[in-house]
Design a protein around this ligand. Structure first.
Ligand code: PHB
Length: 236
């Protein structure tokens, strides 16, 4: 896991020496384990003997049943949001106290967006994260609020009291608006997605230019979230 964890959304190819250094393993150990992982197909080597995550690992992890089921249920409605709002549209779940993105749809004309598929964003600083936090368990909220909230831009809420009142607002409105929280130029807007039991299991969001009109996007997001929940079996 220490070796696999050295791969990130932006660091996808490494030499074994770099892997060993980042995993804090002796060079011989890094070489031995990387070889075993390559033989098993979990890592792959390119022509320059640099190492990347193997397709076998992608194949196994993509079978993760609940992420796959959710993504499949969400896709048609994400496509509708993307084609009507014409901005980045993404789906995130809660994973180890961060928002993990399962899918992102964009068109070439869409503006800036730091979200990556299989990438993560902090809960307090993204619209998706705020939705997952607002509808999450109280101990998640306590853990995140006491964890030191990183200030990413001038607009990021880094004071626990400010985040707490934002979460109350998110629950009351039923959506989160995060203007400039993660990058100055964009506003994230997210709504909760429920499963068949009515529990919030994901956040559906769009990323708009900072000062764009948000009402239409909010209506489309709510409509999509309702349709996703219904296709998962939720009957309101
Ligand atoms: C957000 O969800 O708040 C968000 C995500 C990515 C961005 C901007 C905002 O680039």
């Amino acid at each position: 896991m220490r070796i696999l964890d050295t791969f990130t959304p932006t660091r996808t190819v490494q030499t074994v020496t770099e892997i060993g250094r980042r995993a804090e393993l002796p060079s011989s150990t890094a070489h031995r384990i990387v070889n075993e992982l390559v033989n098993a197909g979990l890592l792959e080597r390119d022509e320059d003997r640099r190492v990347r995550i193997g397709m076998r690992l992608w194949e196994l992890s993509t079978r993760s049943s609940h992420a796959l089921r959710l993504r499949q249920a969400a896709m048609p409605f994400m496509e509708r949001v993307q084609s009507r709002v014409r901005e980045h549209t993404q789906l995130a779940i809660l994973e180890q106290d961060e928002a993990l993105f399962l899918e992102r749809l964009s068109s070439p004309a869409s503006g800036s967006n730091v979200t990556r598929v299989a990438g993560r964003l902090p809960l307090h600083a993204s619209s998706s994260g705020l939705v997952l936090l607002a509808f999450g368990l109280p101990d998640l909220q306590e853990r995140v609020l006491s964890s030191g909230l990183t200030q990413l831009t001038r607009a990021t809420l880094s004071d626990p009291h400010a985040v707490r009142s934002k979460l109350a607002e998110v629950r009351q409105l039923g959506h989160a608006i995060a203007p400039g929280y993660i990058e100055e130029v964009s506003t994230g807007i997210a709504v909760p997605v429920r499963d068949e039991t009515g529990r919030v299991i994901a956040a559906l969001s769009v990323v708009l230019p900072r000062d764009a009109e948000s009402d239409f996007a909010i209506v489309e997001l709510h409509r999509a979230a309702t349709d996703i929940a219904r296709s998962l079996g939720f009957r309101s």
